[in-house]
Design a protein around this ligand. Structure first.
Ligand SMILES: [Zn+2]
Ligand SMILES: [Zn+2]
Length: 338
């Protein structure tokens, strides 16, 4: 089968690799679409601490079930549409024992810790497979994983109907968090970024775009709220300046949600945390409940979610992955294996 293989730093190659053979408990998925995530770009950089070459990356994918190991039982049938929850937990650490395996101390993912979805076929444990309606749009279904990240971030926040929300970063997660905040009843969602293409996408989703290049985000929020500021700020940018600025966009006793992955320690405004009694809350991937909600939302309105997606043939994969960090006009790149 064809796969986009991470071979070494700065090198993804389209090549023929053996089709996976099912082990006990596994299901074989014929991949239809596979999305590119920030962590795939991190793998590409060669500095990801867990991803070891050679690796089939990709952890956001959809497809059709084509084979089921006899040990799996009868929950799945060949021909069913499906997506993959790529996370798998150790099952023995205390978060696992306390029923929150998504914050497992050694959480692993398909496409990072073992082969994932940048290939024509992927063998996945049955508990990671989520069956989808027969008529689902499989390109939209490849967005379920990042939608689940956004669902989790919003459900973990204290957002209430009528709230004003600030989002740093109009990348895929920032756009989806903004959209989920709207669906959760936010009155207005303001999204700041410096990339005009991304700001246009945010605006097409009904969010207020703010160009951070020439506009003071805190001033926009002050104006919109009579000086009260956002009830909840989501940092989906992951830059040192944004997490520092997040206190200023957030009201007294408001909440800052740390959604982006920070790969280094950054200062936050601890005096604001103190004097304004603000809270900073971490959020990591999703629970099964979030994932199910995301499946339902995407099945219900695929066109809405596809506004952030651009589809490329898988053969273009290496060039697309190389282009994104250089500022290509794309929010969520999807590779088609159909
Ligand atoms: Zn991801
Ligand atoms: Zn664990």
């Amino acid at each position: 089968m064809k796969a986009i293989v991470y071979e070494k730093a700065k090198t993804f190659t389209v090549k023929d690799v053996p089709k996976p053979v099912l082990s006990e408990g596994e299901v074989l998925i014929k991949v239809a679409y596979s999305g590119v995530c920030g962590s795939d770009l991190f793998i590409y950089s060669g500095t990801h601490p867990r991803a070891k070459a050679p690796l089939i990356a990709g952890h956001e994918y959809s497809g059709t079930i084509v084979e089921i190991h006899p040990s799996v039982g009868d929950a799945f049938k060949p021909g069913m549409k499906a997506t993959v929850r790529p996370t798998y937990a150790c099952g023995v650490c205390y978060p696992c024992r306390e029923g929150v395996p998504h914050v497992c101390k050694s959480l692993k993912l398909y496409g990072i810790d073992c082969d994932g979805g940048f290939a024509e076929y992927s063998a996945v444990r049955a508990e990671n497979v989520f069956a989808l309606p027969d008529d689902i749009d499989l390109a939209a279904a490849a967005l379920i994983e990042p939608v689940a990240v956004a669902v989790h971030a919003v459900r973990r926040s204290e957002l209430k109907a009528g709230d004003v929300v600030a989002v740093f970063g109009a990348g895929p997660i920032g756009c989806l968090v903004g959209l989920m905040a709207k669906k959760a009843g936010a009155r207005e969602v303001y999204v700041s970024d410096m990339n005009p293409y991304r700001l246009d996408a945010a605006s097409s989703l009904g969010l207020w775009p703010v160009n951070a290049k020439d506009t003071d985000f805190a001033a926009v929020l002050a104006e919109a709220t009579d000086g009260r500021m956002a009830d909840v700020t989501f940092d989906c940018a992951g830059a040192g300046q944004t997490i520092m600025a997040a206190s200023a966009t957030t009201r007294v006793r408001g909440q800052v949600m740390v959604v982006a992955s920070f790969h280094a320690p950054y200062p936050i405004d601890l005096l604001a945390v103190n004097f304004k009694e603000q809270q900073f809350t971490g959020t990591r991937v999703y629970t099964d409940a979030d994932f199910k909600i995301a499946c339902g939302m995407v099945a219900e309105d695929p066109a809405l979610f596809k506004k952030i997606a651009t589809v490329y043939p898988y053969a273009d994969g290496p060039a697309v992955i190389d282009g994104i960090p250089k500022g290509a006009d794309v929010i969520k790149a999807l590779f088609s294996f159909e």
